[in-house]
Design a binder for this molecule. Sequence first.
Ligand code: ATP
Length: 366
Amino acid sequence: MKHDFKTLRLDRITRNFGGPASASGVAPLPALGGLTMNIARGEFIALLGPSGCGKSTALNCLSGLLALSSGAIYLDELRIDTLPPEQRGFGMVFQNYALFPHMTVAKNVGFGLLMRGVASSEIETRVKRALDLVQLAMHANKLPGQLSGGQQQRVAIARAIVIEPPLILMDEPLSNLDAKLRLEMRSEIRRIHGELGRTTIYVTHDQDEALSLADRIVVMKDGLVQQVGTPQEVYGQPANLSVARFMGYRNELLLDVAEKNGDGIHLTGPGINLRGIPKAAIGARAAVSIRPEEFSICAPEEQPENSITARVEAVEYYGRESLFMLRTQDSTRLFVRTEGTAKPGETMTVSVPHDRVLAYPSEQVA
Ligand code: ATP
């Protein structure tokens, strides 16, 4: 398989699983409804979205475990979606490690090379190099059952990279690990990718993992791509309300559009006076998304231009910051995470920078 490709190209790939039509005769939605993108050699791509959005289906179509319903996959000019998995030769890392329990770590890592008929002296050298890279050389003769979950996942990563695949596919590789190991393994994966520079496609439902690991993130929902962008783009400029929700924009306010000028927008509601950035063509009402962390508390005598005045319902103390749960005058829940103090029952005025107020068409509210 080509290792020196420039571009992995997904051309409108889809996958249906059939299944019964609904009572109204409507066919079920495809698991993957058409994914088109170009991935450059060496890129780290995260497929991000909630359970059932089609991430694993996309990955399995790439590996060849699943056939496409339509579309095509190319490594440069070479069409590969018609090839069986073993001819594609991609490295795979799964959530459950999928190691052979009766084989030593070294045998597990070398298995793919053995199957490819590589000479035993070369297998030994390459297994050692792969185990050094994942820092497991001292465990080469142990069985998987004698290792921690994090170590087993590193064996799985060594096994995937030892065959020097053109593409490494990882399906939620960290979700069986506890929180601390997950963080450690995240930086391990980043380090290994930095050292090897292998093109990697990584499936996760964890925003932090996607943001911290990926060069680009593909946000998916219901089998469809919602946004492709750098972590900064997806975090700061969600393309629509559903991406915003998924990326932690917990506050959603339905407000009147008082004025639109240039690229700004003036939004009002009871006790609410905000300037914001419209993210699409907006009518008389807008759905406004703001992260809890973007607010700060104003002194009562201040009348900032960009502010919301609301009643404090509850406060959760987190040390340096607190999470204030507010209720606006039209009864919308508002989460504010910031420094400061307030008691339930008090009135609070909070302000937010206008470039952190994202306004979407109100029709996007489900
Ligand atoms: P998760 O994070 O839970 O694994 P996902 O985003 O990876 O979710 P997929 O596993 O790709 O989602 O599933 C996408 C859709 O396709 C779901 O609605 C799922 O029920 C359906 N699906 C997946 N595999 C099959 C299958 N073998 N047969 C029928 N339907 C399937």
